[in-house]
Design a protein around this ligand. Structure first.
Ligand code: SF4
Length: 303
């Protein structure tokens, strides 16, 4: 059943003639919100090991890609790959170091492009111009962690950047001819569902290609977990049904040309305090798609 919204697979299919797989690498970057450049505490929900796959263990980029490719190539010999610099801040290093690491990734057989995850305040114009030149010969997408459009929330979570910085980074990236993604968290401390929907409307004003959402997860060992255990987290604890309702509204409100890569994420069960839905990501998405299909007008876009 085709989901009644534009998926990340749709987005990739317009750019590549074959099946593409993201390979996550950990290039050993730090984060300015942890290393003292901006702060040492980091975002209050951040425990980077909760979203970095085990394979990304700090070996060289080439070795990590080779290992991950082995894993997929056995099952899908014709698969091609995009290297995903996900861990911490994928542009937080001198530009020459970054370009060397990106080139190392692109030099690996089967790799056709890069996806670089970073913060909106970590994209200096000279680096963007070098990425724009790289984009002339291969696929390059930059994915910014925006999290919300509300500066009051960004303060609460110690994000140390503003929504205005996100808008500026997205516009400059799109102007440079580079595909642009944004990442958001639904259910941040202090946010109502009305605020979350205001963020979706704010996304619609930007030249963005792909968005990712996931539910707020309270992960052990974080400042948010400490607040949660004291009863001071200030978060909505979505049930699956309530979160499905929110995602339906998001699909109906988001501009139909923006691809949605995901709605949920799953931290390892032994690290997760809440929500503990016991659903795999694809099981949630299947339930959402079937609910959307039952309310779609059939024109390819719900609502
Ligand atoms: S969530 Fe990202 S930006 Fe925030 S502290 Fe962690 S790595 Fe840094």
């Amino acid at each position: 059943m085709r989901p009644p919204y534009r998926t990340f697979s749709d987005f990739l299919a317009e750019r590549f003639p074959c099946k593409m797989q993201k390979l996550t690498v950990d290039a050993g970057f730090s984060c300015p919100n942890r290393d003292g450049t901006l702060s040492t505490g980091g975002c209050i929900y951040c425990n980077n090991s909760s979203f970095t796959p085990v394979r990304a263990d700090g070996s060289s980029v080439a070795v990590q890609i080779a290992r991950s490719k082995d894993f997929f190539a056995r099952k899908y010999p014709d698969m091609r790959y995009l290297t995903y610099f996900q861990a911490y801040t994928g542009t937080h290093a001198p530009a020459d170091t970054l370009m060397r690491l990106y080139s190392e990734a692109l030099d690996q057989p089967g790799v056709d492009g890069l996806i670089i995850g970073t913060r909106p305040d970590c994209m200096p114009q000279p680096l963007l111009e070098r990425l724009a030149r790289l984009r002339e010969s291969c696929f390059v997408m930059v994915e910014y962690g925006a999290e919300t459009s509300h500066n009051t929330t960004l303060d609460i979570i110690n994000r140390c950047h503003t929504w205005e910085q996100t808008c500026d980074a997205v516009r400059r990236t799109a102007d440079a001819g580079i595909e642009t993604g944004l990442h958001f968290i639904n259910g941040l401390p202090g946010e109502s569902t009305a605020m979350m929907m205001q963020t979706v409307k704010a996304i619609n004003t930007l030249p963005v290609d792909v968005v990712k959402f996931h539910q707020m997860q309270v992960v052990k060992g974080t400042e948010l977990a400490r607040r949660y255990l004291r009863g001071e987290a200030g978060i909505i604890e979505f049930s699956v049904e309530n979160y499905l309702d929110l995602c339906v509204q998001i699909v109906k409100t988001l501009r139909s040309d923006i691809a949605i890569e995901r709605f949920v994420s799953q931290s390892p069960a032994d690290m997760l305090l809440c929500p503990r839905w016991g659903l795999k990501n694809h099981e949630f998405t299947d339930r959402l798609n079937s609910r959307l299909s039952s309310t779609s007008c059939g024109c390819g876009h719900s609502g």
